[in-house]
Design a protein around this ligand. Structure first.
Ligand code: ZN
Length: 599
């Protein structure tokens, strides 16, 4: 089918590691890449991406598939959207019709297009004559033109119909602009009008690099509110986007640390001063999703906030969240009256670096605050603080980290070690117990079958031998039987299947294939042992059959005791010789998981 061919062409031209690497940090391990799964919460990576085979699989939650599946699951896109995204990346032109039967994807694409057009209009306006007032404002605040251009800062001109006119001139419908939150419906029922007017605009990108909304700051002191933001739309979910992450993620990855500030301008100043690993929370409190998002790119974050108590409270709320995402948190407190913008401009980068280098961790910070407060740091104060920390510790899922955390608390507060204990059992991880362990295949028998299936996938000769010599009932593990059957059917049809989703016909099978395909094994050595394995399976079949033949005769009431004794002797002889022919690997101490016949 041409559509399948197109899909394959795009898939082949797409580097799945690069695409998924945009959303999480992947590290190379052997032939694969691993990272923290974006679909469930975990602290040790069980999310595998197989670049050469073009699929991903998570041993923690079982999610898996190809690059399209990833984009659909992660970004909530339809298949045509995912296809188009990859095709665009690879420079492959898709026929127009590919969007025809995808109303949702088509509508969303129009919303993205509207946002991209607005971005273009705003950016151009900042450097046009009409934008001089905005450009002067930004330059007076100390921003260089080069930074503004690089970040894509723009200007929404004063008229109510800048975008309306542009849309009309290009023959575009206004509905997508309304859906994108760029235009508002007029109460009089006339033309919709522009939301952002006479404001500096900060484009907000998602992790696939698309503009999903804008933050807009007033440039005249009379205009209220100071910041106007895009509303939540079907492409912009505030809690799940961190401002600036798209621009900053490489720097964050490299530094393994992120600075978190509270506004667009602070963010821009940091970037202007060469602090590139920075994101901003804007318009929302710090959410779990945002902390988890950051945790995909670094292990440490430094919250920078001003000394006024509102700022402290607002930011402290995010701390237990970050803790649970497995991120270390430092707090850099600026002098009273300062924000990152004023501080950097007055004190300079070197002083700023000193300040953040000395930023205390959460425990030190809280203890310092209690010590420097007006109340004495006595037994009661210590008890209160200890209680607060134990509550925080209750939320830490990882036991080692929890213990380390509490021992630091005890040390800093000045309590004997071991006195602090979590009050309730730590919350169990939301994810199932890591299934990664299962990939080791406890039973040697199970491993043998898995390796056999792997060889049939990898090697044409082995596949043909298996097809001629083996039966699905030769497999002891029930799940391997249908897997073998459908594999042999596709061998028959000459199909080449290589990924778990292509090979498996149920989620369980897909998961098992994913385990088998990443099994660490020396294919050449395994190939050499292939025939031996096949022989041992056949011998086992014969044994079982003979066994049941003997059993049938034995159970036959017609035979006498002497005949029975002879039968037993014969059977024993046969068993011994068949074992001698096919010396089995030493029996494993652990029982196979799922044997349905006893040897
Ligand atoms: Zn997962």
């Amino acid at each position: 089918m041409p559509d399948d061919a197109l899909k394959e062409q795009v898939k082949e031209a797409t580097d799945i590691v690069a695409v998924i690497g945009q959303f999480i940090t992947l590290r190379k391990r052997g032939n694969n890449h691993i990272g923290l799964c974006p679909f469930h919460t975990e602290k040790t990576p069980s999310f595998n991406v197989h670049g050469d085979r073009g699929f991903f699989h998570c041993f923690g939650c079982g999610k898996g598939g190809d690059v399209f599946t990833f984009l659909m699951e992660h970004e909530g896109w339809t298949f045509p959207e995912a296809l188009k995204y990859c095709a665009d990346r690879a420079g492959i032109r898709l026929p127009e019709r590919s969007h025809d039967d995808d109303a949702q994807g088509k509508r969303r694409q129009e919303v993205y297009d509207a946002l991209a057009l607005a971005d273009e209009v705003y950016r151009r306006a900042l450097f046009a004559t009409s934008g001089k007032v905005a450009l002067d404002y930004l330059k007076n605040r100390g921003f260089k033109e080069e930074t503004l251009r690089r970040i894509g800062i723009g200007y929404a001109p004063p008229p109510f119909d800048t975008l309306t006119k542009t849309a009309r001139a290009r023959g575009l419908r206004t509905q997508p602009f309304l859906s994108a939150g760029l235009m508002l419906e007029s109460k009089q029922g006339d033309q919709p009008y522009d939301r952002f007017r006479h404001r500096v605009t900060f484009p907000i990108h998602n992790l696939s690099g698309k503009v999903v909304g804008f933050g807009a700051r007033t440039i005249s002191p009379d205009d209220q509110p100071k910041y106007l933001n895009s509303p939540e739309t079907e492409v912009y979910h505030k809690g799940r986007i961190l401002y600036g992450l798209w621009t900053a993620r490489e720097a964050i990855r490299k530094a393994d640390r992120a600075f978190v500030v509270e506004g667009y301008l602070d963010w821009l100043t940091m970037v202007e001063f060469g602090v590139d690993n920075v994101v901003a929370v804007s318009g929302t409190a710090f959410t779990i999703d945002q902390a988890a998002l950051l945790g995909r790119f670094c292990k440490r974050m430094t919250l920078i906030f001003d000394a006024d108590s509102a700022g402290q409270r607002a930011t402290l709320r995010g701390i237990d969240i970050a803790f649970n995402a497995g991120i270390g948190v430092d707090l850099a407190v600026l002098p009273a009256g300062d924000d990152p913008d004023t501080y950097l401009r007055r004190e300079g980068r070197a002083r700023f670096d000193e300040l953040v280098a000395k930023a205390p961790g959460i425990i030190e910070y809280r203890v310092n605050m209690a010590r420097s407060g007006s109340a004495p740091f006595d037994f009661l104060a210590k008890e209160r603080l200890a209680k607060e920390f134990v509550e925080l510790a209750n939320k830490i899922q990882d036991q080692t980290r929890r213990t380390a955390f509490l021992s630091e608390v005890a040390e800093r507060i000045g309590l004997p070690q071991g006195q602090l204990k979590v009050e309730t059992p730590a919350i169990r991880p939301t994810a199932p117990v890591p299934r990664a362990r299962q990939s080791a295949y406890d039973g040697s028998r199970q491993l043998q079958e898995a390796q056999l299936l792997r060889l049939i996938v990898e090697d044409r000769d082995c596949a043909l031998t298996a097809k001629n010599e083996l039966l699905s009932s030769d497999f002891m593990f029930r799940i391997h039987r249908p897997m073998f059957d459908s594999l042999i059917r596709s061998v028959d049809r000459g199909e080449v299947k290589a990924s778990p989703t292509e090979l498996g016909t149920s989620p369980e099978e897909v998961a098992e294939w994913a385990r088998i395909l990443v099994l660490p094994m020396d294919i050449n050595a395994a190939r050499a042992g292939f025939i031996k394995t096949v022989r041992s399976l056949i011998a086992r079949r014969v044994r079982t059959r003979q066994g049941s033949d003997y059993k049938r005769q034995f159970d036959d009431g017609g035979i006498d005791a002497e005949a029975r004794a002879r039968l037993l002797g014969e059977h024993g002889q046969q068993l011994r010789s068949s074992f001698a022919d096919n010396r089995k690997p030493k029996p494993s101490t652990s029982e196979p998981e799922e044997p349905d016949t006893a040897d």
